[in-house]
Design a protein around this ligand. Structure first.
Ligand SMILES: Nc1ncnc2c1ncn2[C@@H]1O[C@H](COP(=O)(O)OP(=O)(O)OP(=O)(O)O)[C@@H](O)[C@H]1O
Ligand SMILES: [Mg+2]
Length: 238
């Protein structure tokens, strides 16, 4: 389990309603959870259960309809867009299913784009070494495998030393063995930097590498499972 049980995010009665024309979709129906500093959390649940919606609200990419989110004691749900943008910039790294690297830039340059504008970044070289790509720094995305490209995206997300890493199906586009390399990179970042990490996945097998699994169903937390020990990412398959 995590060494520290300080709370990173706290949500209370969080709801999200999407209004499209006459139709209201209740994406979140009262989510109240605590997410601990430095933990590795997996978010599981059927398609449409609200996983991405929850992650996007935590990361300040979207607004809740009602309820509260605190980040280390600050109320995010009361923040305006400028404050949320600053929050994201300072504290959050995102990883999505597709890597969105710039094709004309090398791995090093893709990461450097971020380190140039961050306050206390690690070097692009250091970030790439953290994800095991020290010997691929000068490769272009087209010269890298899908798993390697996603590890560049991980390096890019963590180079600014965010307290939080939010990953929405980071292995969704990858087969099991390349996906494992990405998960090993996330594991490494979580261990080395103590980054609070939330991973959305459809693969229940991935949850074994986490401290806790939060199950969402129909916009609510159905149950939470705690793991006394984490399975090393390299032993996972699906
Ligand atoms: N921008 C939007 N406008 C309208 N409805 C939306 C919007 N985004 C999400 N929804 C709806 O909210 C619900 C939750 O969506 P969400 O994307 O959070 O699910 P998810 O658990 O991430 O699903 P998946 O596993 O398919 O990615 C779904 O019913 C979805 O259709
Ligand atoms: Mg989703």
């Amino acid at each position: 389990m995590t060494e520290s049980r300080d709370i990173c995010f706290r949500t209370r009665d969080l709801t999200k309603v999407y209004q499209t024309g006459e139709t209201e979709v209740f994406a979140l129906r009262g989510v109240s959870i605590d997410i601990y500093d430095q933990e590795m959390m997996v978010l599981l649940g059927p398609s449409g259960s609200g996983k991405s919606t929850l992650l996007n609200i935590l990361g300040g990419l979207d607004h809740a309809s009602s309820g509260e989110v605190w980040f280390h004691g600050d109320v995010l749900t009361a923040s305006d867009d400028t404050t949320l943008t600053q929050f994201r910039r300072d504290h959050v790294g995102f990883i999505f299913q597709f890597y969105n690297l710039i094709p004309s830039l090398t791995a090093r340059e893709n990461v450097a784009l971020v380190t140039e504008i961050a306050r206390d970044p690690m070097s692009a070289e250091e970030a790439l070494a953290l994800v095991g790509l020290e010997d691929r720094m000068d490769h272009f995305p087209s010269q890298l495998s899908g798993g390697q490209q996603q590890r560049v995206a991980v390096a890019r997300a963590v180079a600014k030393r965010p307290g939080v890493l939010l990953c929405d199906e980071p292995t969704g586009a990858l087969d099991s063995s390349t996906g494992v390399q990405v998960l090993e990179a996330l594991e490494q970042v979580n261990k080395e930097l103590g980054t609070t990490t939330i991973v959305i996945t459809h693969n229940a097998g991935i949850s074994d590498m986490s401290d806790r699994v939060v199950y969402l169903a129909d916009g609510q937390v159905s149950h939470i499972e705690e793991h006394a020990t984490r399975k090393p990412a390299k032993e996972l398959s699906w």
